[in-house]
Design a binder for this molecule. Structure first.
Ligand SMILES: Nc1ncnc2c1ncn2[C@H]1C[C@H](O)[C@@H](COP(=O)(O)O)O1
Ligand SMILES: [Mg+2]
Length: 219
């Protein structure tokens, strides 16, 4: 393994690809989900749904329950499922997602922390045509081009290696029954009812730093 050069972490981070050197210690690998952790999928969905279908019933954010928006809308009216889908497969939907408050400065600060590597781990829709390229565009626009090398696209997040996965989806299943990561549930309206899980409620009160420091001690 190469010896580390005599430069500080800021210099290394400014490169497009962060290199791995033998510092005699392991870095904490943090996987950050994109939708509803960095980008506000649910809030933007309601705005667009109401613009497109102003005469239809919709679910207020504080009434959201269960991961899939489509499932809850279909319970209101079974014809709404196709309308829900039409909103998020439309060109520009993923690119225009607003930032979750405080997420971008927190992600940048986390990535600059000593002993921490940060990746963005996101699942594409099966209707990938707009969603996939727009996820990359969103990251480039909000975090910068140097983050493009840190995007992991995976339908099955259980096979991805990392120490922590911060993700709003409360149950993450896949072909690996014992994923390497510990799941920290990022609180969203749809998952508030899920109990007994380690959570991160927001990016603004600084508690994310405590979680990262705690896990750094454990690896
Ligand atoms: N709450 C959601 N309802 C429907 N679809 C959703 C929701 N959150 C995310 N999605 C979509 C958008 C993403 O492309 C995939 C997976 O998202 P991920 O945040 O990586 O679990 O599903
Ligand atoms: Mg998500």
């Amino acid at each position: 393994m190469k010896k580390p050069p005599t430069q500080d972490k800021t210099d290394i981070m400014s490169r497009r690809t962060k290199q791995t050197y033998d510092y005699g210690q392991k870095n904490l690998c943090v996987l950050l989900d994109l939708d509803q952790v960095l980008a506000d999928f649910e809030g933007h969905f309601i705005t667009k749904f109401r613009e497109k279908f102003p005469d239809d019933r919709f679910v207020q954010l504080d009434e959201r329950k269960g991961f899939y928006i489509k499932d809850q809308y279909e319970k209101l009216d079974r014809n709404l499922g196709d309308k829900v889908r039409a909103v998020y497969i439309e060109k520009g939907f993923f690119l225009d997602l607003p930032e979750i408050k405080g997420a971008i400065p927190a992600a940048r600060e986390m990535a600059a922390m000593d002993g921490v590597d940060v990746f963005i781990c996101s699942s594409p829709l099966t209707e990938y045509q707009n969603c996939l390229s727009e996820k990359f565009e969103w990251v480039e626009k909000h975090l910068g081009p140097e983050w493009l090398d840190r995007i992991i696209i995976a339908k099955d997040k259980t096979v991805i290696n990392g120490h922590i996965l911060i993700d709003d989806r409360p149950y993450i299943n896949g072909s690996c029954k014992s994923p390497a990561w510990k799941h920290i549930v990022f609180t969203a309206h749809h998952n508030r009812h899920v109990e007994g899980r380690q959570r991160l409620d927001n990016w603004t009160d600084g508690t994310w730093r405590d979680i990262i420091e705690d896990f750094k001690k454990r690896i």
